[in-house]
Write a protein that binds this ligand. Structure first.
Ligand code: KG4
Ligand code: ZN
Length: 337
């Protein structure tokens, strides 16, 4: 029997230090250390992120190996996020992975963070989930990116639509900031929206041709709505919080799903999927299922643990690179963009 492929995946592109071990694509551990320091500042502070990654990386990797019951000498290769992301944050993961690979004399795999979000669909664990068939359309929605990706194969992807300004996650986070909610605001908007009426406040729908999107108009309209409300009633946000959250969330979902629907129809691809941090949003998860049902399309939504940044998706992308023998040089440098 061939020996199993045992991969360590390391993610440090933004504000999560994460490591995971996959054995032949099956998760054995998936450890994430978040960074609370950014809450105080209302957003990720790059310098603080790098420092926290430096403190966390060794314990996080050790914990991932320990939980997996894997000795580092048994690893087949180490996969690490090469970019995009914050340069100082990426450097911590890249330097660690390079030294680790060199010391253990195993291959290094340089992973694109956005590809890893897409390949999160292929992670296997104790749950029995089907994986998407190729080609499929993936809406990749995170704090920094909003992409509609035509996925022809694990390493063959084409961006067919993107945001012209802010990312969807940014629209959630900035909207939350206007409401006085701490960073990251997306999950808090989601929570509050559950008790709100999404039709209470009408936010403008951008008119963009093709498959591209825009969120800056929504952001400005939401800011104006909140400030105007507060000017006439200081308790406006407190009283209207669930409705404001629900209205903002619905507007963002409408923009995303209108374009995903258009992509599926125009490209004739009857399989859609979502991934990235914003795909943890309960409203988006529900409505993408409804869209697929209406259109008669297959739909794939990753479990919550693989939506936001994690090491398992990096190891999974690494698994495909490993199979294709696409190894990185040991002097690999991060690509922030
Ligand atoms: O993919 P991710 O973890 O990191 C990046 O690569 O950016 O995405 C983080 C983004 C943040 O903007 C966060 O607010 C958003 O995902 N997010 C959510 C939810 N959970 C995370 N947005 C809306 N609803 C959620 N439940
Ligand atoms: Zn991400």
């Amino acid at each position: 029997m061939p020996s199993p492929t045992i991969l360590l995946g390391i993610e440090s592109s933004c504000d999560e230090t994460a490591a995971a071990v996959l054995v032949d694509g099956v998760v054995r551990s998936n450890v994430i250390a978040g960074q609370d320091v950014h809450r105080l500042w209302g957003g990720v502070v790059p310098e603080l992120a790098s420092r926290a990654h430096q403190e966390n990386i060794v314990p996080v990797v050790n914990e991932a190996l320990r939980i997996a019951g894997v000795d580092k000498r048994d690893l087949s290769a180490v996969a690490v996020t090469q970019g995009p992301g914050l340069i100082g944050a990426l450097l911590v993961g890249a330097c660690f992975a390079r030294s680790f690979a060199q010391a253990l004399r195993i291959p290094l795999l340089a992973v694109d963070h956005m590809q890893a979000h897409v390949l999160a669909h292929f992670i296997r664990d104790a749950d029995d989930r089907s994986v998407p068939e190729f080609p499929f359309l993936n809406l990749t929605v995170s704090g920094g990116h909003t992409l509609i990706v035509l996925v022809r194969g694990p390493l063959d992807m084409e961006v067919v639509g993107t945001t012209l300004d802010d990312a969807a996650g940014e629209a959630f986070d900035k909207g939350a900031k206007v409401l006085g909610l701490p960073y990251p605001g997306g999950p808090l908007i989601d929570q509050n929206a559950r008790d709100g009426d999404p039709t209470r406040y009408k936010l403008p729908a951008p008119r963009i041709e093709g498959l591209d999107m825009s969120f800056s108009g929504v952001k400005t309209a939401f800011y104006n709505l909140v400030r105007t409300g507060q000017a006439s009633d200081p308790a406006f946000v407190e009283r209207e919080l669930p409705h404001l959250c629900a209205s903002l969330q619905q507007c963002i979902i409408d923009i995303l799903l209108r374009k995903l629907q258009k992509a599926g129809r125009t490209l004739g691809v009857p399989r859609i999927a979502i991934s990235g941090g914003v795909s943890a949003n309960s409203g988006l998860r529900e409505q993408v299922q409804q869209l697929a049902k209406r259109e008669g399309w297959a739909v794939h939504i990753p479990p919550l643990a693989y939506c936001t940044d994690n090491g398992a998706m990096v190891a999974m992308a690494g698994q495909f690179l490993y199979q294709a023998k696409r190894f990185a040089d040991l002097d690999m440098v991060p690509h922030p963009r």
